[in-house]
Design a protein around this ligand. Structure first.
Ligand code: GAL
Length: 383
């Protein structure tokens, strides 16, 4: 699927006008089911495409805060500056609020320019009154080897965020759902990768044990705050082969030591999470770098599991096999509506990657699915 398919809807969306020329303004302004299926350039108030990728939107007191990866300005040699913030009152018109977590021109600092910050997520902590940002952090000149989780806090959603630490997760602690037998099972680090016995030992936690002392790897991630106020860090671990869900402490700035493994060996990335009618759903991607692939769907009755991967692609219709040329980053809930926020990555110029928002719908069995409206008529139909 190419961008063209979205054009009719996108132009109408940005202007708030349907194909028949009727204004859509009478609909709820903040209804995320509105035609916000951008996929085209989205200009903020500075006339520059919104440079907030792998991000999320937090709503607070009627303001939408869109945090994401700043990805350079596309000119040769331009570098990521940190985490950017855009604000809006209607999810349409965005004001560039600048960089709220700044990378530093400081040799040896974990946030030294040249390091990578990916998939930042911000949550408000009512106990401390602080805004807490978590992100996937890779150290300068180390590619994706560090696989750390970074955390920063701010007094206001506009920041600036103050860096606290970056580290692997829960050193020295086994996941709750790794059995005693598996904990004690021997494993061979020389075993041929991708062989059946190698998968067998992986399922028994070979990489958990490999990383036990230094802490678990943490790459693609999201943060989820449950109904009871407990927050969880959900991340691709074990060389991206297994998801882990780790509970955060009451300040949301550290892990408690409680964590589980989800779909060991399932190769899930880009986790997004929501709860609907008492069921927890995760929509993830496979692992093909910047190239899009088919999304996956997992469900559980509680966030700490047990999670089951369903044998279905949550995306439906033309383009479903590549999730409409996107990879998810967050499920935004506003009122009773859920919107799957995704990136259409442009690896040649990451800052120019496009934002695609897809309404999450539920079928008769209560299973969520993603369907891309194909024309303005559909786009502007009532949810
Ligand atoms: C993707 C991942 C992105 C980024 C990229 C690097 O799979 O979702 O966040 O890490 O790989 O190749």
């Amino acid at each position: 699927m190419k961008n063209g398919i979205f054009k009719a809807s996108v132009v109408g969306a940005l202007l708030g006008i349907t194909a028949s020329g009727c204004s859509t303004a009478s609909r709820e302004k903040t209804d995320p089911q509105m035609p916000l299926l951008l996929g085209e350039t989205l200009l903020a108030d500075d006339s520059v495409h919104v440079n907030a990728h792998g991000g999320m939107i937090m709503e607070k007191d009627g303001v939408f805060y869109w945090y994401g990866e700043h990805r350079g300005d596309g000119t040769p040699g331009s570098m990521q500056q940190g985490v950017s913030l855009y604000t809006s009152s209607d999810l349409r018109n965005w004001k560039n609020r600048g960089i709220v977590l700044q990378l530093l021109d400081s040799v040896g600092h974990p946030l030294e320019l040249g390091c990578k910050i990916e998939r930042p997520k911000v949550v408000y902590n009512p106990t401390t009154g602080k805004y807490v940002m978590w992100f996937h952090h890779e150290l300068k000149d180390r590619g994706y080897a560090a696989a750390q989780a970074g955390v920063a806090v701010a007094d206001t959603p506009e920041g600036p965020f103050e860096f606290i630490r970056s580290a692997r997760v829960n050193p020295g602690v086994y996941p709750e759902n790794l059995s005693e037998e598996d904990r004690n099972a021997a494993w061979d680090p020389e075993m041929e990768w991708w062989s059946e016995p190698w998968y067998g030992q992986l399922r028994q936690g070979s990489f958990v044990k490999r990383d036990l002392d230094g802490g678990q790897m943490a790459r693609d991630m999201t943060i989820y705050v449950d109904k009871d106020g407990r927050a969880y860090h959900i991340y691709s671990s074990e060389d991206n082969l297994t998801l882990q869900i780790a509970e955060l402490d009451p300040t949301y700035t550290d892990h408690t030591g409680r964590y589980i493994r989800v779909a060991p060996g399932g190769h899930n990335e880009a986790p997004t999470l929501m709860e609907h009618d008492g069921t927890y759903w995760m929509i993830t991607s496979g692992c093909t770098g910047w190239a899009p692939n088919a999304a996956r769907l997992l469900r559980a009755d509680s966030i700490m599991g047990e999670w089951t991967q369903l044998d279905v692609n949550p995306a439906r219709g033309e383009g479903a096999e590549t999730t409409f040329d996107t990879q998810g980053t967050y499920i935004m809930k506003i009122g009773d509506s859920f919107t799957f926020m995704a990136d259409r990555w442009n690896p040649e110029n990451l800052g120019d990657s496009r934002h695609v928002w897809i309404p999450v719908k539920f079928d008769e069995s209560g299973n969520p699915y993603l369907e891309m409206p194909v024309d303005t008529e559909t786009v502007t139909a009532e949810p």
